[in-house]
Design a binder for this molecule. Structure first.
Ligand code: ADP
Length: 534
């Protein structure tokens, strides 16, 4: 379970209080113990010295019985646990001990025996199982000798060892420690609810802030908290109220903006619907117009073709039947009529086809463009030979998913033009190739022919527009070929343009969108197949 901030503070307070009380108690107890040790040590020193002085006369008289009596008497007092009188060589003369096992014979082998005179007058803390904790001190029994005519001198008569028990004092100390700990626990127990109440009170405004935040989170921006406190919480409350006010203002502004956006959206939707309806009707009208145009073109071509065929037929018949009766000029004119009829019939067919490029799509199939261009090379073989022109495919051309005849028409027109407009150039080459870009493939047909005048480079793609070069070089043509090519390329989301250097040659470039490559077409086909299978 996770404790809240308030719980954590109470916990931290309790821990701190416990540590402070524990440290205080420990410090107090250890100081008390040290002081007690010092007092007991001093007491041991004083008792031993008083006893040493009292023992001078039995020592002097060599009365060890008296010494034993004194020792036994001393053992009856509360603190004294050991009294040993020794002679100058540290041999025991009299011994009294609360441990019955420690006899005068065992004294010199007992661990309590101190042979070292340097340890005289020093208090040593001892512990034995039967005696418990006690302080041991050994003092010399000294006699002061006054000789006439000399200064007073001292003489060591023997040594006195006294053991003073610490048990009573230590029990007292333990009682004091326990009392101290009890008081500390009592303080802790009394302080805890007090601290908890205090922290609860300190946290009251913060809890109010949390409640207010929750109300804001649930969308109630009218909430305010009390700000009449001079401390940091008062400042926080004021900032909080200010923040709520700002959020409220923004919320209102947002609401207004949303409403106007919704209004604008509704207007936009109406406009889109209206425009869609307009577009639909325009579309319908256009489709109707296109259909009408096609009908018109069919009718016109039929109406034009029929009399033209009639004229051509009559001229041919006249030539067949009456060629001998007509003089040469009439025959020549009739032949020209026939030729013109043929040209016009072809022109009408080409125009009809041009009008259908965008409206009547043909079957889309995988076409090997490289093979298609090679086929055209064979078709133009005679022309190329006759004009001494080399047709070079720079690199293998990629396949496309397209209308075979239309793409064939594109390359055919461009190669045909390149031959037609080669002129008398010394270098006579036609290059065909393709480069690849991210979104499209770019094909080119480059020739080393007469080139196109800069004014004509855009015009030549419009129907019936021929370049100045055609008149200059007297090249026959109708000005329909490039318009058809442009129309076809546009159905493949591409564009066509020409880069030309007059007198040096022209490069016709056109692009085909990547989605007409076999890979892209297959990728498009796959999801459709999956959907069908599903
Ligand atoms: P046509 O060739 O029948 O005139 P096109 O539409 O094919 O009609 O060509 C339009 C014009 O573009 C041509 O009259 C000619 O001026 C120019 N043109 C086309 N191809 C070339 C070329 N390879 N080199 C020079 N000029 C060309």
């Amino acid at each position: 379970m996770r404790a809240g901030l308030q719980g954590k503070l109470i916990l931290a307070f309790s821990v701190l209080l416990l540590v402070a009380l524990g440290t205080g108690s420990w410090f107090y107890v250890s100081r008390s113990r040290d002081t007690l040790s010092d007092i007991l040590g001093e007491q041991a020193r004083q008792i031993s010295q008083t006893l040493a002085m009292a023992a001078v006369s039995p020592y002097r008289s060599g009365d060890s019985g008296e010494l034993r009596k004194v020792a036994k008497t001393l053992l009856r007092s509360r603190n004294i646990v050991l009294v040993v009188f020794c002679d100058q060589k540290r041999s025991p003369l009299a011994l009294a001990c609360r441990d019955p096992d420690l006899t005068i014979q065992k004294w010199q082998t007992s661990p309590l025996f101190q042979s070292n005179t340097q340890q005289l007058m020093q208090v040593h803390a001892r512990h034995t199982e039967p005696l418990g904790d006690f302080l041991q001190i050994t003092v010399p029994v000294v006699e002061v000798v006054h000789e006439p005519g000399h200064d007073a001198t001292t003489r060591i008569l023997g040594f006195l060892t006294v053991g003073l028990s610490q048990n009573a004092e230590q029990a007292q100390l333990r009682r004091v420690t326990m009392t101290g700990m009890g008081v500390a626990m009592l303080i802790l127990v009394l302080c805890l609810p007090l601290a908890s109440g205090l922290i609860h009170r300190i946290f009251l405004p913060i809890r109010q802030l949390v409640a207010a935040s929750n109300r804001i989170a649930s969308g109630d921006f009218s909430v305010q908290v009390a700000t009449d406190r001079p401390d940091e919480i008062g400042t926080l409350a004021r900032s909080f109220n200010e923040m709520v006010g700002r959020i409220n203002e923004h919320q209102q502004a947002l609401k207004i903006a949303n409403e106007s956006l919704a209004e604008a959206n509704r207007g936009l939707e109406t406009k889109v619907q209206q425009r869609t309806r307009e577009l639909e009707s325009t579309n319908q009208r256009l489709s109707g117009e296109i259909a009408e145009k096609e009908d018109f073109l069919r009718a016109v071509s039929h109406d034009l073709n029929a009399p033209l065929r009639n004229i051509g037929g009559m001229a041919t018949m006249l030539l067949m039947k009456c060629r001998d009766k007509f003089d040469e000029d009439v025959v020549h004119r009739l032949e020209r009529i026939n030729k013109n009829v043929e040209v016009e019939t072809n022109l009408i067919a080409e125009l009809l086809e041009l009008s259908r490029i965008k409206t009547r799509r043909q079957k889309m199939e995988w076409v090997d463009i490289d093979g298609l261009v090679c086929e055209l090379g064979e078709v133009f073989e005679e022309d190329l030979k006759q004009h001494k022109i080399d047709l070079i495919i720079d690199a293998t051309l990629p396949g496309l998913v397209c209308e075979r005849n239309r793409l064939r028409q594109v390359f055919q027109n461009l190669i045909d033009n390149a031959i037609k407009y080669m002129g008398r150039q010394p270098t006579r080459e036609i290059h065909i190739g393709c480069t690849s870009a991210e979104s499209h493939l770019e094909f080119y047909v480059r020739d080393t022919g007469i080139g196109i005048h800069p004014d004509d480079t855009t015009k030549v793609f419009y129907v019936f527009r021929r370049g100045k070069n055609s008149a200059e070089m007297n090249v026959a043509g109708k000005g329909v070929g490039l318009a058809s090519v442009k129309s076809i390329i546009e159905t493949y989301d591409g564009r066509i343009w020409v880069e030309s250097d007059l007198g040096k040659g022209s490069t016709f470039r056109f692009t085909i969108h990547r989605r007409f490559t076999p890979e892209a077409a297959a990728a498009l086909q796959e999801p459709a197949n999956d959907a069908e299978a599903a």
